[in-house]
Design a protein around this ligand. Structure first.
Ligand SMILES: NC(=O)c1ccc[n+]([C@@H]2O[C@H](COP(=O)([O-])OP(=O)(O)OC[C@H]3O[C@@H](n4cnc5c(N)ncnc54)[C@H](OP(=O)(O)O)[C@@H]3O)[C@@H](O)[C@H]2O)c1
Length: 320
């Protein structure tokens, strides 16, 4: 079969022949892959930098996708840590890590949206005790996962929803998606800190896709401006597009009732993720969560890897 194949972590995957897969266990089936999303997590899988990487090569990247199984129905599936990912004509799926989709579902829309949507959906429903009516700051709201977080926050009843990001054009579109206020992260650090302090210092929770320096500064700004330092503040670390480490001042943890938690593979168990898949897929197929997609044939995988702009989520289609 044809697949995107990583032979060295220093170069993008190449479209080439790869051995046909074979199921190895009772619950495993062969799936014809119809759509696989090129998520940031897939890029870090393919360059060996993700924390789950075992450095084993060759590797077919892709952590999830939509396909038709040898048993008949259309499925959304999540793969375990494996060297046979979803960016191939076929892959092996454990049916227990998949859900059957309505036949009318759009495979590209589901493959594009599930990963970025799952980040905040699972965090708010499985990782913290979020309740409708609580207020949120979304840090890094202009990426695909951030834009989804705004829509999901609205769907789950957050209010107010403050969206912060550095891309002005995408930030300007977020009120239509549910943001009650927006904060540009561009400009002098003191100016950004003042904006965050005035718009978001009293929020109940922060959903953070940035980490690095922007998080360290935002945390100080939010805590410094807080009217009631005894009011709980839960900071949910989900992504690290601005840096893998952040210098958090010790005073931040002493001066306010701050709890920092992470949400991702490991801190949320496979069973908890799977429990959320049906409701999330339903919201996507019902058109309640909107994500811009760019579809490319799998044969163009090298071109797809070079396209790093976050406006659209790239979805690779192996059979088109
Ligand atoms: N833990 C989980 O369950 C989970 C699930 C999904 C995603 N994630 C993580 O969440 C993060 C975002 O994912 P995504 O799918 O939204 O990625 P994406 O679509 O590529 O978006 C990344 C965004 O980050 C912005 N950005 C980069 N550096 C920044 C900085 N220094 N300050 C402010 N904004 C910055 C980019 O803005 P520009 O366009 O201005 O560059 C872009 O809008 C990634 O780290 C991903 O691995 C985690």
């Amino acid at each position: 079969m044809k697949a995107a194949v990583v032979s060295t972590f220093n170069a993008p995957p190449r479209y080439q022949d790869f051995p046909d897969p074979a199921p190895a266990g009772e619950d495993q089936i062969i799936v014809n892959v119809l759509a696989a999303g090129l998520h940031p997590r897939v890029r870090s899988q393919a360059d060996g930098s993700h924390y789950t990487s075992t450095a084993e090569l060759p590797l077919v990247p892709g952590i999830d996708g939509v396909g038709r199984g040898s048993d008949g129905p259309l499925r959304y599936f999540v793969l375990p840590d494996t060297t046979l990912g979803s960016m191939a004509e076929q892959t092996v799926v454990d049916t227990r890590r998949s859900i059957v989709l309505p036949e009318a579902s759009d495979p590209v829309a589901v493959a594009a949206a599930m990963n970025p949507a799952m980040a905040s959906w699972v965090a708010l429903r499985q990782r913290v005790q979020f309740q409708a009516g609580q207020s949120l700051l979304i840090l890094g709201a202009t990426g695909n996962a951030g834009q989804m977080a705004v829509q999901i926050a609205k769907l789950l009843g957050a209010d107010p929803i403050v969206a912060a990001g550095r891309d002005d054009a995408r930030l300007a579109r977020l009120p239509a998606a549910g943001a009650t206020d927006t904060v540009p992260l561009n400009g002098e650090p003191e100016v950004v800190a003042r904006r965050l302090g005035s718009a978001a210092s009293d929020v109940d929770m922060v959903i953070d896709y940035l980490w690095g320096e922007p998080t360290a500064s935002a945390m100080v700004a939010v805590i410094t401006g807080r009217a009631d330092r005894g009011k709980p503040l839960t900071w949910i670390e989900i992504g690290s597009v601005a840096g893998p480490t952040a210098q958090i001042p010790s005073a931040a943890l002493r001066a306010a009732r701050l709890t920092i938690v992470g949400s991702g593979q490991g801190s949320v168990g496979a069973r908890e993720y799977l429990a959320e898949l049906p409701a999330l897929a339903e919201a996507i197929t019902a058109g309640k969560l909107d994500i811009g997609t760019r579809t490319m044939p799998l044969a163009d995988v090298e071109r797809a890897w070079a396209a790093t702009d976050a406006t659209h989520r790239i979805v690779l289609t192996p059979h088109r």
